[in-house]
Design a protein. Sequence first.
Length: 301
Amino acid sequence: MLILFNPAAGTRRRRRLVRALAALARAGLPAEVAETRHPGHATVLARAAAAAGTPLVVAAGGDGTIAEVAAGLAGGASRLGILPFGTANVLAWELGLPLRPDAAAVILAEGRPRLLRPGLARFADGRERLFVQMLGAGFDAAVVQGLDLGLKRRLGRGAYVLQALRELPRYRHPRFLAELDGEPVEVAGAIVSKGRLYAGRHLLAPMARPGAAGFQVALFRRGGALRAALYGAALPLDLLPRLPGVELRPARRILLRGEAVPAQADGDPAGTLPVTIEDAPGPIAVMLPATDRAGLAIPPP
Ligand SMILES: Nc1ncnc2c1ncn2[C@@H]1O[C@H](COP(=O)(O)OP(=O)(O)OP(=O)(O)O)[C@@H](O)[C@H]1O
């Protein structure tokens, strides 16, 4: 087993790593640890580990780290493990993974592989980016892009709230086009989601399933600071999907296009529109608790 540890993710991550390693040692599972040195490094390390036949490659970090490791494992036989040491850890909540490091380590030792279906975003400049939970365009991406990493490290999820308040008066809420399987809709924001949850464990897309093909797309038909504030207040109450002006639609292929509209993928900055989103070419086997609550398929033997 190789653990790819992102030293820039989440808070108290080194303490969490020590606890996870101790739990793995107790379970009799030897683990090698490699630290990521820069964004994208986890993909390079994971690809090399998969090529060398490492059976389990573990992302120790948040959703961004998991996505990078998954990108490196795509198409290979290695399984993905998760030690959720990030800030929001949306995928861990989605999949019912424990956040306690020792409990998460036990899943690596005793869990079962299940098939996760990531999304793949293709940008106009040729960049491709795999994502495991969601890709957002509009106000939420402006918040992610403006976030100071030091602040995120100190305040954790509170940093997103603070940054949203800063962004409210200055973001211009440009409208853009979301084409869902060829059908255009004008929106002020869109979140293309693989899972039900958003920004931690808050409900965004109740019909989404991370093991299924396709996406649920949350469309924000109207923009403006007041409306963005209302959506932000509704999110922790799990009321966002029910608010007027918020529509949820299923789609397999999504094109988002507009002028200077920011994008974020799995909570990390992802440039600007246009972007085309489809399922990644193949599923990835991820280690989950033996009693999987997310309903993911079992990989073929
Ligand atoms: N050594 C490094 N220095 C700076 N950034 C790094 C380093 N290694 C990886 N990264 C980048 O850090 C980004 C943030 O990590 P990640 O998303 O895992 O943590 P997080 O944002 O704290 O958690 P979450 O996404 O769950 O809120 C990753 O997208 C990755 O590209």
